[in-house]
Design a protein around this ligand. Structure first.
Ligand code: SF4
Length: 377
């Protein structure tokens, strides 16, 4: 039986962060939450056949801000998933500090959630204000303490590297702050991306904000790496660090090209070598599901070559890299026969390191990962 991860998209947010280009909705009323959750349950049951044929290993509530809605909705969805598997290894919920309290956190634990991903981005309140985050560092700390008191022992957080007007010192303070919280076992650290049309894009273009230069950003990454590794965090993926045994199982499944089913508006799926995304519009998602119209968009059936290329790139994101034998077992082909020229070139340029077991990115290769991906596309 193949393993399967389930992703559930809860698109509601209290307000829009300036840098965000995810599908999220600021309007969040009890009636539209109820209707949306019922529709997700409908979509879940519409996939009964698939769910019976798979071993559900992880569930991930992402958003949006899943913690904005009442915990009873999370429990309702999990109760249905448990009809198909009652021993799911990892159930994560993404949360923002402003929407958490001890009661809600206790209800999550009772519903079976065993991993909390609590958004921080920066421990500097001025920086948080500049990117439109509602929560302050103090609110984050309160939510963290409530989570620990409620009984969460597997907490992840995320930081953004290279935020507007941020200095190396600011960033160091953020990392030091995270390291002072001992129940944080996992950290995601992505570089800031400026998406066209966002408020951040406007504020930068009109000169209200500036970004740290490339060298400062590189130094931030280097510093982060050093500080986290010194405290026992292992960088198991380009942008993700974990204490031993606390790697995200759900995300690791993405990077090892396992199947996942996405439920809700804008959720992405990868099933039977086919990728698709649900319509990124909550109202249409509900309407189409009720009328029995497919909500799937951008359906892409991947052929063997596409699947192999994607597998190489995904595996190279992981610290352990691409294992030659695993590739052969999965595709019945030798990656060194197929990509000898590219691999030799990247090794020569010190972007990849190679031994008898496989290939993996060097530190320089992580920094210039796009150049590496290009060689395999
Ligand atoms: S909380 Fe997350 S999803 Fe919501 S607006 Fe902010 S970045 Fe976007």
């Amino acid at each position: 039986m193949k393993d399967l991860g389930i992703y559930i998209h809860i698109p509601f947010c209290k307000s829009k962060c300036f840098y965000c280009d995810f599908y999220s909705k600021p309007e969040c009323t009890n009636s539209n939450i109820e209707e949306y959750i019922d529709t997700i349950c409908m979509e879940l049951l519409a996939n009964s056949e698939l769910l019976q044929e798979r071993n559900i290993t992880t569930v991930y509530f992402g958003g949006g801000t899943p913690s904005l809605i009442d915990a009873k909705y999370i429990a309702k969805i999990l109760d249905i998933i448990r009809l198909f598997n009652n021993s799911i290894e990892e159930i994560t919920i993404e949360a923002n500090p402003e929407s958490l309290n001890k009661e809600k956190l206790t209800a999550y634990l009772e519903a079976g959630v065993n991993r909390l991903s609590l958004g921080l981005q920066s421990a500097n309140n001025n920086t948080l204000k500049k990117i439109g985050r509602i929560a302050t560092k103090e609110m984050f700390e309160k939510a963290y303490m409530s989570a620990v008191e409620a009984g969460f022992s597997n907490i992840s957080t995320d930081v953004i590297i290279g935020l507007p007007n941020e200095t190396l010192e600011d960033f160091k303070n953020t990392v030091e702050y995270i390291l002072s919280l001992d129940k944080i076992k996992h950290i995601s650290a992505y570089s800031l991306e400026v998406h066209e049309g966002t408020k951040l894009d406007f504020l930068l273009n009109s000169g209200f904000l500036t970004l740290p230069d490339e060298n400062t950003e590189r130094e931030m990454k280097y510093m982060l790496d050093k500080m986290l590794e010194e405290k026992g965090f292992n960088r198991y993926e380009i942008s993700n660090y974990a204490k031993p045994k606390y790697e995200s199982k759900h995300n690791t499944a993405y990077w090892t090209q396992q199947e996942y089913l996405g439920l809700g508006a804008a959720a992405a799926s990868f099933i039977n070598s086919t990728r698709y995304t649900n319509i990124p519009d909550m109202d249409k998602y509900i309407q189409y599901m009720k009328q029995g119209i497919s909500v799937k968009q951008d359906i892409e059936e991947m052929d063997l070559l596409d699947t192999m290329k994607e597998y190489i790139i995904l595996r190279l994101r992981l610290k352990e890299g691409l294992n030659f034998n695993e590739f052969k077992l999965k595709f019945k082909k030798d990656v060194l026969d197929m990509y000898k020229e590219q691999i030799d070139k990247l090794v020569e340029e010190k972007l990849l390191e190679k031994d008898d077991v496989g290939i993996r990115l060097t530190y320089k290769g992580e920094d210039l990962a796009n150049i590496v991906w290009q060689e395999f596309i």
